[in-house]
Every structure is written in C-alpha cells, then in structure tokens.
Write a protein that binds this ligand. Structure first.
Ligand code: G3I
Length: 347
C-alpha cells in the first residue's frame, strides 16, 4: 500500500529538527527518497516498528513512526496485564490508541501478545487454578481480545516464548496447568474469533537453527498435521554484538517456509556495550543489512519489525546493564549507519 502524496514525509533526523524548531511541516514531494516501508513494498514485504503508548506524546517521534513504517506493533498495550487488569474486566484503551493511530497513518498492526508467561495480571498469577478453570480463563481472554480487534489486526503473536533454550517446554502457568495442548487450543480459539488474522508463534533466540528453533519446527509440523490454524513463525531477533550473528538465519527461515508457514522478524534490535563507536556501529549496520537480505531471500519471509525504531525508547538499557544503542535511529532521532544499511539492502 503506497501512501498518498499529501502525507507528511520527513526523514528521521530532519523531522526531529524541523518539528523541534517549529518550522513548517514538509509536504510530500515525489522527488523525496522512498521510505523504508515503500522500499520494502517493492519486494512485497512490510517494514514495521513497535511503539508504546507513553511515547505518543512525542511529536517528532510520531512523525517518523507515521511515515517510515507500514506495520506497527504495540510494545506493551495489548498484553494481558494491560487488557484484562481484573478478571473479566477488559481495557482495550492502550491498544485502541495505537490501532487508531496506525489506521490514520494507513499502517497495518501486528497484535502482541495473547499468551505469554510475562506481564500477566496479579489476579491470574496469585492463585492456583484447576485445568478447567484456567482453560476457561484463557479462552475468554483470547476470544474477547481477538474479537475486539477483529478485522483490524494483520497478525497475532498468539503464543509467545513457549520454549526453553534446550527445546523443552517452558514451565509456564499455562504449560504446568494445561499441558502442551494449550498452544493448539489458543490457536484454535484465536482463529474462531478472527478467521482472517494470521496466527503466529513467536520467540527469541530462534534466529539460527538449534534446539530451540528445532522445537518450533517439530511443533509446527505436528500442529499442521492436526489441522491446527498456525500461519506464521515470528523470530524476534534481539541480537547482541557480543554473541555473534546467527549465520543460519536464512536457512532457518527457508525451512519454516517449506512447512507452509509465513515467517517474520518481529522484534529486531542489535545491542552492544555502550558507548557505541564507529566500529561497533559499522558491525551493527552490517547485521541489519544481513538480516534484511536474509528476509528478502526467502519468499515467505513477509516483513521486518524493529522493536521500536529509536534508541530513545529502546527497552535494552533498562534490561541489560551497560548495553544499548540497539536501533537504527539514535536518541536524537538521527539515522545511524544501520538505517542506511537497511535502505541499501532494500534498494
Ligand atoms: O507500567 C509500569 C509503570 O506504571 C511504571 O511506572 C514503570 C516503572 O518502571 O514500569 C512500567 O512497566 C514497564 C512496562 O514495560 C511498561 O513500560 C515494566 O517495568 C517493564 O519491565 C516493561 O518492559 C517491557 C518488557 O517487554 C517486559 O518483559 C518492554 O517495554 C517491552 O518492550 C518488552 O517487550 C518484550 C516483548 O513483549 C516480547 N519479547 C521480548 C521483548 C523485550 O523484553
């Protein structure tokens, strides 16, 4: 979907600069360079960013979010703690705000996430449930949320982070109470509620082949054989310079494609120890280029989403001591070498 010629089209740092000094907003110009989204669309792909509600008061930030990308993921606003803070009491205000913004900007939305062991509300984690009780709670949560957003969500991360590093099931409240069948149930319930949404399993450290991505490969094979509605595998791609680039990414994407699945890079960032320097930023740029090229090389890799686009709002510094600088735009919303590397890969 190419955007209308009248929309705001400003490149990263320029947007920040112009808006912060109150200069007139630049209008579309056919001579302006294409956005990441437009470049990706030429390959039949999307290029997206996560965002979070508190960031939406930042106008220069919003200007880039609204123009450079064609897919948006709410970073927190659709999670269980936000959407069902009390049992049976639903609050879709945060997700709605992001969906409405995305629609105004002609962007699609990835829904994130229905079943995850983290960021659960206290009422769910603070007591014991029988299998029948928890099954009913899970079904109601999934179906109420998916129905609320029916027709507005391109793809749901239905189950997030279900496996351990060694390929065994993560011992979540859902697994421990319901057994591994909770995954098939969750997919079926989501499909009933919005038959057109693509349904994904999503995880980190599954970019390369190995025990964890092998576990997904086996699971998807089984789910497919049982006729369970599963349409995509999301590779979060939270990479770190100190751990090396996952050289088997392209092969891994391809084997999931061969199972008849879409794949997507869903939460991309490449962190490093700070301060950043030219060498680290150059390596980071190469990794962004390589990831983009890997996705373009595999027909059913449908798109790439950054886990927010600017270091200003990255989750990394709060979670990894001494690390950061993980995204293609810096804290002042200026494009970094990684941004230009992505453009080259898409161009
Ligand atoms: O909402 C409270 C706020 O009331 C309080 O004032 C503030 C003080 O710290 O915390 C706020 O909650 C934070 C929440 O994000 C919303 O901003 C939590 O502390 C913080 O832990 C939480 O972090 C999120 C993280 O998931 C939790 O695991 C990140 O923003 C979010 O980007 C991150 O996203 C996950 C994906 O969902 C799944 N894959 C991994 C990825 C990175 O962890």
């Amino acid at each position: 979907m190419r955007k209308t010629s009248t929309r705001l089209r400003l490149a990263g740092g320029l947007a920040a600069l112009l808006l912060s000094v109150g200069a007139p907003v630049a209008q579309a110009d056919e001579n302006e360079p294409p956005t990441l989204a437009e470049l990706a669309q030429r390959h039949g792909r999307y290029f997206g960013s996560a965002t979070d509600n508190p960031e939406l008061t930042d106008e220069p930030y919003k200007a880039v979010l609204g123009t450079e990308f064609d897919m948006i993921t709410p970073g927190n606003g659709m999670k269980w703690y936000a959407t069902e803070p009390q049992q049976g009491v639903f609050d879709f205000s945060q997700g709605d705000e992001i969906v409405n913004l995305a629609r105004a900007n002609h962007q699609r939305v990835r829904g994130h996430t229905l079943v995850w062991h983290s960021q659960l509300p206290g009422w769910l984690t603070s007591r014991a449930w029988t299998a029948d009780e928890l099954r009913a709670v899970l079904k109601k949560h999934i179906q109420t949320e998916v129905r609320h957003y029916k027709g507005k969500i391109y793809a749901w991360d239905v189950v997030n982070e279900a496996f351990n590093e060694d390929g065994t099931y993560r011992e979540t409240i859902f697994y421990k109470t319901l057994g591994p069948g909770y995954i098939a149930d969750a997919l079926r319930w989501a499909h009933q509620a919005d038959p057109k949404a693509k349904l994904y399993l999503n995880d980190y450290n599954v970019e390369g082949t190995g025990p964890k991505s092998d576990a997904y490969y086996q699971l998807v094979k089984e789910l497919k054989a049982q006729g369970v509605p599963v349409h995509g595998f999301g590779l979060q791609a939270h990479l770190a310079l100190q751990y090396g680039y996952p050289g088997t990414l392209e092969d891994n994407l391809r084997r999931f494609s061969r199972l008849g699945l879409d794949t997507a890079l869903t939460e991309v960032d490449v962190r490093m120890y700070v301060p950043a320097d030219d060498a680290k930023l150059a390596t980071q740029a190469e990794w962004y280029r390589d990831m983009t090229e890997a996705c373009l090389a595999v027909r059913r890799c449908v798109g790439i989403t950054l886990w927010d686009y600017t270091d200003k709002y990255s989750w990394i510094p709060a979670f990894f001591d001494g690390e950061g600088a993980a995204l293609p735009w810096d804290e002042q919303l200026r494009p970094k070498p990684a941004y230009f590397a992505i453009r080259e890969a898409l161009g």
